[in-house]
Design a binder for this molecule. Sequence first.
Ligand code: NDP
Length: 327
Amino acid sequence: MPEVPMRAIRVLATGGPEVLEHADVPRPVPGPGQVLIRIEATGVNFIEVYQRTGLYPVALPATPGGEAAGTVHSVGEGVSAFRPGERVASTSMTGAYAEYGLVAADRLVRIPEGVTTRQAAAVLLQGMTAHYLVSATRPLAPGDTCLVHAAAGGTGLLICQVARKRGARVIGTASTGEKAALARAAGAHEVIIYTREDFVVRTKDLTGGAGVQVVYDSVGRTTFLSGFDCLAPRGMMVLFGQSSGPVAPVDPQLLVQKGSLFLTRPTLNAYIATPAELQARATEVLGWVASGALSVRVGAAFPLAAAAQAHRELEGRRTTGKVLLLP
Ligand code: NDP
């Protein structure tokens, strides 16, 4: 069969945003068990920054991108669950910074009525992350207080909403007054502007000295160690990201010194490992969007060709909510 060209972002070598080149490449063909998606919107995630810089090694050349939504273009041998034209989304795509991308059929989710394709691309990865963090990593309950760092970020805005939905008190952090207002609108009871205020002192004040049951830390290097001082005895430090850089190793003795604490470093893939768990989490998150119970903020959308600019904005701390690419 003759090759059909498509537009895609190609990375030939690790480096700054400028290594994200817009190029013509052959459109992939779905193999056995695979589905080819015609992509309408691609979710930009920090993991692609780490892959681009080489912090997380990937084989090059490559087209980045794991999260996208669109319609089924064609299916490979043995795929009977999906038909061309159906609206679908996935967090497990290969090469989603492109007009078309491949995914294994058992990693694909149908988009329900009431959820736009763009909303699905914007919420699937960060929404399922917020979902597992508050319901599985440490199930939040009324009476709990949690501290959510970068509360106006893509994942942060969703954690604020779902943590509040579970009855917890939510304290957020953000770098600016504008971001703090967004976090409040998403359900944070209090927001600490951690670029101006000491978040440990403020968290202790806001909890009458008791501390919080859970810290959700996606910021890493600049917040991680201080976060232990925000926790109540037997509280849990959930380090799930590193937007300010990776953290230094910690001595387990720290956990006893700070009050019999728990430390976990979870990742979404472990919480959607089976098709059943993926479908259950995705169905609940997309159902909340359809019913209006979860609001999805797309803070910025860029044409595919401007992927480098999207990375600059995300790394430069200038985004709120989700960043999308539109092929
Ligand atoms: P965000 O939308 O939260 O963007 C990052 C935010 O981090 C910024 O807007 C900024 O908010 C804050 N930040 C603080 N310091 C810095 C810094 N030095 N440079 C850049 N940003 C900084 O991103 P995501 O929600 O997409 O991801 C956040 C982190 O969570 C990433 O590390 C990502 O890989 C991880 N993640 C992990 C998952 C998992 O399952 N483990 C799943 C999803 C994401 P402010 O200006 O308010 O400080």
